[in-house]
Design a protein. Structure first.
Length: 200
């Protein structure tokens, strides 16, 4: 395993905890703030410079129903992104009403698929969303089953709204990480039978 791969795993764990990071430019700051700042800097030259333009950001729910006082890293990240001009507002449109197993603790064949994620989520509809585009925000994306399930649930209730996704980090199961900074635009596809494909 390369040094970059080992470092990326440590960063993913730290991001999920929203740990504090030391930055030469910003001092000691929460990792969600650091990621938002770096994203704002890199966005103009990224493959998706207008991804968040006039979009409502919807944080991806945790694997279990949210308890008061529990850290919700995607919400923290989305809030900091909007504060820096990426997205129009944050609206927690989705909530988990039935817990699903955490993918990180499941064997490959036992991970919840998009349908299970979709069925365990519900939409908390605001009086007026007033948006034509939603961007789901997550901290780390692995296969993309959670993101796909969340998109399916939103599309079932908001059929006229475009739904896209963003994750601060992406897992690379079979490839070595060559660079910590490697923004990309990709596609998650689902065949309806819980077989999911994320590229890249």
């Amino acid at each position: 395993m390369s040094d970059a791969s080992r470092r990326s795993r440590r960063v993913a764990i730290a991001l999920k905890k929203n740990a504090t990071a030391s930055s030469s430019a910003h001092g000691f700051i929460a990792l969600t703030q650091y990621f938002a700042l770096r994203l704002a800097e890199e966005l103009p030259r990224s493959p998706f410079p207008r991804w968040f333009e006039d979009a409502v950001l919807v944080p991806v729910p945790k694997s279990a129903p949210l308890k008061r006082g529990t850290l919700w890293t995607p919400m923290e990240l989305a809030t900091r992104m909007v504060a820096l001009g990426m997205g129009r507002q944050v609206v927690p449109l989705l909530e988990r009403h039935v817990a699903v197993p955490k993918s990180a603790f499941c064997a490959v064949g036992e991970r919840p698929g998009p349908r299970q994620h979709c069925d365990s989520l519900r939409v908390t509809m605001p009086p007026s969303l007033g948006a034509s585009r939603i961007v789901l925000v997550d901290d780390v994306i692995t296969r993309g089953a959670t993101m796909m399930g969340a998109a399916m649930r939103l599309r079932a209730s908001l059929s006229s709204v475009e739904v896209a996704g963003f994750a601060a980090l992406r897992a690379m199961s079979f490839d070595e990480v060559e660079s910590m900074l490697s923004p990309c635009a990709g596609m998650i596809s689902f065949d309806g039978d819980d077989r999911i494909d994320r590229r890249p």
